[in-house]
Design a protein around this ligand. Structure first.
Ligand code: ADP
Ligand code: TMP
Ligand code: MG
Ligand code: ZN
Length: 196
């Protein structure tokens, strides 16, 4: 995979892994973290507390792959941690749940020569840019946009369908709603639906 080239650079950079739910963002983050550790790099892994779907103290993929991590309430905890601990790689899953401060933290770490790996949703259930992810995509050196498989037509899925009692969610519904198979499925542009 093209992006593995960054493993050979020793200057800082930001890698951004995006796509809809079930695209394999978390699996890809775990894969990169594991490879960095095989290369004897010190990796710090974080995820926001809001994501409590599976194991609360681990980054967890939809097919059960896991990685120990620090679960944090606010990006300030990353700053506190990186001020104390030596590290080479900073990895953050579910980055869309953080506010603007996360961008500055990623930029500063990269500026200091660190490898920053973030993963998150590029679009919300409405199919609109989600929180900080689009800005991170703009400033990151390496952007990997993954697709899932559309639940309806089985073609590549770029969007996430939210379902409420089996029906498409409304545009006016709240953006943040933690969930998995009971509320969300991967869909392509053609099959994705939002009720006005
Ligand atoms: P993400 O973090 O992007 O939501 P994960 O890495 O947690 O994705 O999970 C990816 C895994 O989800 C796949 O390897 C596959 O086993 C599973 N999966 C479930 N539904 C789908 C789907 N519609 N398309 C692709 N993979 C799916
Ligand atoms: P995932 O990308 O690792 O599958 O996790 C995405 C999380 O984001 C999941 O808990 C559902 C949540 N989510 C929202 O809060 N709002 C949305 O619009 C979408 C699509 C997902
Ligand atoms: Mg994930
Ligand atoms: Zn489709």
């Amino acid at each position: 995979m093209m992006v593995d080239i960054v493993e050979y650079s020793n200057w800082g950079s930001i890698e951004v892994i995006v796509g809809p739910m079930y695209a394999g963002k978390t699996e890809e983050l775990i894969r990169r973290v594991n490879r960095a550790r095989i290369a004897d790099l010190k990796v710090l892994v974080f995820k926001p507390t809001i994501d409590n779907r599976y194991a609360s103290d681990k980054v967890t993929s939809h097919n059960g792959k896991q990685l120990e991590c620090s679960v944090i309430e606010s990006p300030q905890e990353i700053l506190d941690c990186i001020a104390k601990e030596a590290f080479d790689v900073l990895a953050i899953d579910e980055v869309q749940f953080f506010g603007e401060e996360i961008i500055k933290i990623c930029q500063e770490a990269a500026q200091q020569g660190k490898r920053v790996i973030v993963s998150g949703l590029d679009m919300d259930f409405r199919g609109e840019p989600f929180s900080v992810t689009p800005n991170l995509m703009a400033i990151g050196e390496y952007v990997t946009k993954l697709t899932a498989i559309c639940k309806v037509c089985k073609m590549p899925a770029t969007r996430t369908q939210r379902l409420v009692n089996g029906q498409p969610a409304r545009y006016s519904d709240p953006i943040i709603m933690v969930g998995a198979k009971e509320s969300y499925e991967a869909r392509c542009r053609k099959c994705h639906e939002v009720i006005e």
